[in-house]
Design a protein around this ligand. Structure first.
Ligand code: HEM
Length: 317
């Protein structure tokens, strides 16, 4: 019964904050922009499937640190350590897919399409090619000039966070607790390293919210105190290459990978929405699209702010 209300609330807030960006922003200046990005993403995922989840996380990390302005794409320089070289974003990837799309865009419409928009479009396309929904992405973002490793950790939620902590992190970006739940559903694809779950095991025993069998499997995959730092664990034990609502079904079974995931089911404030999405894949899909549009609005630069980078890895000289 709660579902229509959630959709309505999410839709209303989506309308209010879309003022500066526009669906079809490049329709006349670079009509092939979106299809060029789509083609690059499709080719990349066809040859390397894990790139899909990397592109989605790339978008999240871009937007949460200094806004959706492609600051995550800038390379470090001798005088500056950039976001991508921070500890919290060290395992983010997909940069080469953005480069490929941008190279083609620069050949077809030089200096027109921002790297920030390429990141936003690529995330949408990566989800679509993983079996998820397709939605209109408002565009017109401009690229930032600053990227600092030192501000990354304080802007991102940590996998050990409680719902209160994650909610505060999302609220700092103008996103709601419902956005936290629905966007965490992106963990239906992709992987995490052992480091993201080690807080779940201690000398006093393992996290009681873990399904016991699943917990043992995780503990043997990532033995304390020195797990294999390169080992990858699926974020969704049921179907981690397919964008579906299985993430929420896992949470109901105590099979959320990270504390921050499982907490969404343990906390009575977020549990009803987890249950609603576990029960109704269409509701998850509809709400996810709207929440991604909202994520894509976080602290965007538009108009004459920032620039359109020629090369996504460096500001224009
Ligand atoms: C409380 C919020 C969140 C926390 C604490 C969190 C944390 C993490 C961590 C620790 C990883 C694993 C990194 C690694 O070990 O390499 C991860 C992976 C991932 N996250 Fe999140 N995340 C959150 C929200 C989101 C959101 C909002 C999105 C996108 C909308 C997202 C998309 C992804 C994806 C797709 C992956 C898999 C990346 C891959 O396969 O390489 N996450 N997240």
């Amino acid at each position: 019964m709660l579902e229509p209300l959630f959709v309505l609330v999410l839709q209303l807030s989506a309308v209010c904050i879309q003022a500066q960006l526009l669906v079809g922003f490049y329709d006349s200046s670079c009509p092939r922009a979106e299809s060029i990005v789509q083609q690059s993403v499709m080719m990349a995922i066809q040859s390397n499937r894990p790139l899909a989840s990397r592109l989605v996380r790339l978008f999240f990390h871009d937007c949460f640190v200094q806004g959706c302005d492609a600051s995550i794409l800038l390379d470090s320089t001798p005088n500056n350590t950039a976001e991508k070289d921070s500890r919290a974003s060290a395992t983010v990837g997909g940069y080469e897919v953005i480069d490929a799309a941008k190279n083609t865009l620069e050949a077809v419409c030089p200096g027109t399409v921002s790297c920030a928009d390429v990141v936003a479009l690529a995330a949408r396309d990566a989800i679509f090619f993983s079996g998820g929904p397709h939605w209109d992405v408002p565009t017109g973002r401009r690229d930032g000039l600053v990227s600092q490793a030192s501000v990354v950790a304080s802007n991102l939620p940590d996998p050990s966070f409680t719902v209160d902590q994650s909610t505060a992190s999302f609220s700092a970006k103008g996103l709601s607790q419902s956005d936290l739940v629905v966007l965490s559903g992106a963990h239906t694809i992709g992987f995490a390293h052992c480091g993201a779950i080690m807080n779940r095991f201690s000398a006093n025993g393992s996290d009681p919210t873990l399904d016991p069998t699943f917990g043992k499997m995780l503990e043997s995959s990532c033995p304390s105190p020195s797990p294999d730092a390169t080992k990858l664990l699926p974020l969704d034990v049921l179907s981690n290459t397919i964008f579906d609502n299985a993430y929420f079904v896992n949470l109901q079974a105590g099979k959320g990978l990270m504390s921050s995931d499982q907490a969404l089911f343990t906390d009575p404030r977020t549990k009803p929405l987890v249950n609603a999405f576990a029960q109704n894949a269409n509701s998850f899909s509809a709400n996810f699209q709207l929440a991604m549009v909202r994520l894509g609005q976080v602290q965007v630069k538009t108009g004459s702010d920032g620039q359109i980078r020629k090369n996504c890895r460096a500001i224009n000289s």
